[in-house]
Write a protein that binds this ligand. Structure first.
Ligand SMILES: [Fe+2]
Length: 275
């Protein structure tokens, strides 16, 4: 399966900028790249922070932007989102029995599980007993799974950033569940940190993606402030099969020179003039 993983698009009320840039233009550029080069995608998954301030007009703009796409789009909640306003704009959005935007679908024998790790008026992630119960039922009912979520559920060794990861009191039970089902869970995919970070957790590989807006700078000593800048954005193409996951980073705003080189040995030989 081919999945497009986009995150942290931070849409505003159209006309308003965010962090010095137009998030709508950036998101449109990302979707244009999908339309032009990834018509064979099976799903586009946007892992939260769909909007920056959760306004109805921002969700309306999101809805308007999702046209003429090659495959279904799956939307997740982030800490900048407003769940009520989101559901008002997307009334067909599935939720779990408790009203969280937790849902799942089978795709080619893999259960794609989309998690709602948010709570009102906090940037940190939450995933308490009621949500864990739902996730456990999903994992019990499938033979293999791939999890998408907004927040990182593990600390990443960045003190300030880790303050807004899944809250520490919810981490042990989440980790226990992952360990119990590690043989079924192929991958954890998340956003939130506006940077690419990869590793393993509880025996399961994980990967985050950049924002389509501003990026963060990893900081391993800062305890209070989050640092970032207008570095280039990207999204990810996930090529997943039964025995593999390959994740490509797509720098969709690059409009500078592109060099071409052949793949034969002679194509890379040092030119005579340079000897
Ligand atoms: Fe974000």
């Amino acid at each position: 399966m081919k999945l497009v993983h986009i995150s942290d698009i931070h849409l505003t009320v159209p006309g308003e900028r965010m962090g010095g840039l137009d998030p709508h233009r950036r998101f449109a550029q990302a979707l244009d790249e999908v339309r032009s080069k990834h018509q064979d995608a099976d799903r586009i998954v946007i892992t939260g922070d769909l909007t920056h301030w959760g306004e109805p007009l921002a969700y309306a703009a999101l809805k308007d932007a999702l046209f003429d796409l090659p495959c279904p789009v799956r939307l997740l909640m982030g800490n900048h989102d407003d769940c009520a306003n989101f559901l008002a704009a997307f009334p067909d959005q599935p939720c779990d029995a408790n009203g969280y935007v937790n849902y799942a679908e089978d795709l080619h024998g893999t259960q794609l599980i989309y998690l709602d790790t948010t709570a009102p008026r906090t940037h940190a992630g939450h995933f308490g007993a009621d949500r864990l119960e739902w996730l456990e039922a999903q994992l019990q009912g499938c033979s293999r799974a791939r999890l998408f979520m907004h927040h990182n559920v593990m600390a990443l060794g960045q003190p300030a950033e880790d303050k807004i990861a899944l809250v520490s009191e919810d981490r042990p039970a989440f980790a226990d569940l992952l360990k119990r089902f590690a043989n079924k869970v192929d991958y954890l995919h998340f956003g939130h940190i506006h940077a690419i970070c990869t590793g393993t957790y509880c025996g399961i590989p994980f990967a985050s993606v950049r924002s389509t807006g501003n990026q963060s700078l990893p900081n391993f000593t800062e305890t209070e402030l989050l640092h970032g800048g207008p570095m280039a954005p990207s999204f990810a193409i996930i090529d997943a099969g039964e025995d593999r996951t390959v994740i490509h980073d797509i720098p969709f705003t690059w409009d500078g020179p592109i060099f071409s080189a052949g793949t034969g040995w002679d194509d890379w030989a040092k030119p005579l003039a340079a000897e």
